[in-house]
Design a protein around this ligand. Structure first.
Ligand SMILES: CC(C)(COP(=O)(O)OP(=O)(O)OC[C@H]1O[C@@H](n2cnc3c(N)ncnc32)[C@H](O)[C@@H]1OP(=O)(O)O)[C@@H](O)C(=O)NCCC(=O)NCCS
Length: 228
């Protein structure tokens, strides 16, 4: 059994994060400057997963206040730099989630989602949003010319047809809107799907009192470690 450690990303991790990112996002790699900017702007919002001292996953989030405008990922994240992170923002936005191709589908993505969830709970934020890719849409666009139908389509096992949306639905997210020209991603035909989830402690109607948030976070981490 591999021991996976999740911790805050440091500037010393940037080379490894960029190397991994360039193998995952071959046509859209993230630069050193971009990751350094994220870690500098909001250190707490950058997480890495480590196996045997090696970075095998990276996640980043920021705070903002959602509006009804359909914005692209570049607009939402200031070209991925998160220089527009608002410490007083009412909402949480998932900026990036990348797992080393050699370590995908081993539960590491879900562990990083638990880590991001801890940030949401710690700060007492009610709603989390992120823009999911739909990487299998190019395979099914003839059958589902309307992407809104594709994002609801199920496979034979009654799971969401798109594996990435299926991943996020397992993490408790539901679809809000489908945004054209969200990201330069031929597999998703440039669509992004804005998805949301709610702070589980607020869903349970537990008191919204700041000094309780660290207690909620401990419960969240305890449950997360047992589930994933
Ligand atoms: C999507 C991603 C973050 C998921 O992380 P992961 O560590 O591979 O996923 P986990 O092992 O935690 O979860 C596996 C689940 O994810 C889903 N999934 C994600 N990608 C999948 C794929 N290519 N094929 C099948 N299932 C996939 C399935 O629901 C799977 O559940 P199962 O094991 O019951 O079949 C990771 O595959 C990745 O980095 N992909 C490329 C970059 C990317 O698209 N990032 C998201 C940006 S929005």
């Amino acid at each position: 059994m591999m021991e996976i450690r999740i911790r805050q990303a440091q500037i010393a991790d940037v080379d490894q994060v960029v190397d991994m990112d360039s193998r995952v996002w071959q046509s859209y790699p993230t630069t050193h400057e971009c990751i350094i900017s994220r870690i500098t702007v909001f250190p707490e919002g950058n997480l890495v997963s480590i196996i045997n001292g090696k970075v095998v996953g990276y996640a980043c989030c920021m705070f903002f206040t959602k509006t009804d405008k359909l914005l692209s990922w570049d607009q939402l994240t200031e070209n991925g730099t998160i220089k527009n992170h608002d410490p007083n923002g009412k909402d949480f936005f998932g900026v990036a989630l990348t797992i080393d191709p050699d370590f995908q589908q081993k539960g590491i993505g879900m562990r990083l989602m638990v880590g991001l969830g801890a940030i949401l709970v710690r700060h007492g934020i009610e709603f989390a949003y992120l823009g999911s890719r739909i990487p299998h849409y190019h395979l099914h666009s003839t059958k589902y010319p309307d992407p809104k139908e594709y994002v609801e389509a199920l496979d034979k096992r009654k799971r969401l047809l798109d594996p990435e949306l299926d991943f996020y639905s397992k993490a408790g997210f539901t679809v809000v809107s489908v945004v054209p020209n969200y990201i330069d991603d031929p597999e998703s035909l440039d669509y992004g799907v804005i998805i949301e989830t709610k702070n589980p402690f607020f869903l349970l109607k537990l008191p919204r009192i700041k000094f309780l948030y660290s207690f909620y976070e401990r419960i969240w981490n305890w449950l997360g470690l047992r589930m994933y």
